[in-house]
Design a protein around this ligand. Structure first.
Ligand code: NDP
Ligand code: MG
Ligand code: MG
Length: 339
């Protein structure tokens, strides 16, 4: 597998072109600031009614309505939430210059067909494997978050070069760029967040907490065991894989892990993982999520309320209040890791 790095970036395929970044949230703000520091001319596309219009202006950017920003650009990065992208594309479509590139950080709308882009533009993806806050911080420190690159449409024969230059501009070539397809990125991203990173982890934490509390243990103790200490384990996995985790946990923990873990996550779980994957592959998940948005998010809001009102949240808030080192930095609080 080829990993594209700084050395592979010989010619800047975006030099002399304006880049329009539409959406100034987690990814948009980080990309725009990195691209600007890398010497690109950046214009932000935002709606006047939202908070981003002023925020981007205060950060020193030129700000314009999405269609006006798109009209100026050789590359347009569409970095609004996935469910707002089809509508924004509708607003900008007729303003995009022939031969310009339309860039995504996640393949959802192209892969599932919610956006069918004009045939005379490039359609590319540069997907950083990390939240916007990290994309910015690593760049400032001279490093970069690894990125995936994909090409859905190559109208100019330069789509791949443009994507690599964009990755270079946000720091991605420092971390390494790996080629994928819109299909692979979209399906694996959804699977990861549903099964392991968010869905699986959150449910594991809550079910573990509830099991201890219903057995009569103190909720505060259950919180430490099932949520708080997860970071320790994840940090070890992140830094050195399974080997590093086993090196640092006790022998007792390792024996319990190896013998009891497979009873918790078992063949039945695996079967349901395959089911969730096939709902992603068939487009069923995408349809559900789009319909839920069209209905005004009733189920999403109700489930989110249950989550945020759970006892683990109340207990956690009180305990975290006593751990002063956990106070979120102002710059990070609005940057969720998985969206
Ligand atoms: P955010 O939720 O942070 O985006 C919010 C921004 O979008 C705000 O600037 C908001 O403006 C703007 N916006 C929302 N709706 C509209 C609209 N109708 N018209 C114009 N602007 C609008 O998005 P993310 O950064 O989380 O996600 C962007 C893309 O990056 C998605 O494709 C996502 O899948 C992908 N991605 C995200 C990651 C992450 O860590 N968050 C990681 C990797 C990829 P306003 O202030 O006006 O509301
Ligand atoms: Mg992801
Ligand atoms: Mg995602």
């Amino acid at each position: 597998m080829k990993i594209w790095t700084e050395a592979d970036h010989q010619r800047n395929a975006l030099s002399g072109q304006t880049i329009a970044v539409i959406g100034y949230g987690s990814q948009g703000r980080a990309h725009a600031r990195n691209l600007k520091d890398a010497g690109h001319d950046v214009v932000i596309g935002a709606r006047r009614s939202g908070g981003s219009w002023k925020k981007a202006g205060d950060d020193g950017f030129r700000v314009a309505e999405p269609a006006e920003a798109a009209a100026q650009a050789g590359l347009i990065a569409l970095l609004t939430p996935d469910m707002a992208q089809a509508q924004v594309y509708g607003q900008i479509e007729s303003s995009i210059q022939p031969g310009a590139a339309l860039l995504f950080a996640h393949g959802f709308n192209i892969h599932f067909g919610s956006i069918q882009p004009r045939a005379d533009i490039d359609v590319i993806m540069v997907a950083p494997k990390g939240p916007g806050d990290l994309v910015r911080r690593q760049y400032e420190e001279g490093r970069g978050v690894p990125c995936l690159r994909a090409i859905a449409q190559d109208a100019t024969d330069q789509a791949a070069d443009k994507a690599l230059s964009y990755a270079h501009g946000i720091g991605g070539t420092r971390g390494g760029v790996i080629d994928t397809s819109f299909q692979e990125e979209t399906e694996t991203d959804l699977f990861g967040e549903q099964v392991v990173l968010c869905g699986g982890t959150a449910e594991l934490v809550i079910q573990g907490f509830e099991t201890l509390v219903e057995a009569g243990y103190q909720p505060e103790v259950a919180y430490f065991e099932c949520l708080h200490e997860l970071k320790l384990i994840v940090d070890l996995l992140h830094e050195g894989g399974m080997a590093k985790m086993y090196e640092f946990i006790s022998d007792t923990a390792a024996y319990g892990d190896l013998t009891r873990g497979p009873r918790i996550i078992d063949a039945g779980t695996r079967e349901r993982m395959r089911e969730v994957l096939s709902e992603i592959q068939s487009g069923r998940f995408a349809r559900d999520w789009i319909l839920e948005n069209q209905a005004g998010l009733p189920q999403h809001r109700a489930l989110m309320r249950q989550r945020t009102e759970h006892e683990i949240e109340r207990v956690g808030r009180a305990l975290r209040g006593r751990m002063s080192w956990l106070k979120p930095k102002a710059d990070q609080s609005d940057n969720a890791a998985e969206k």
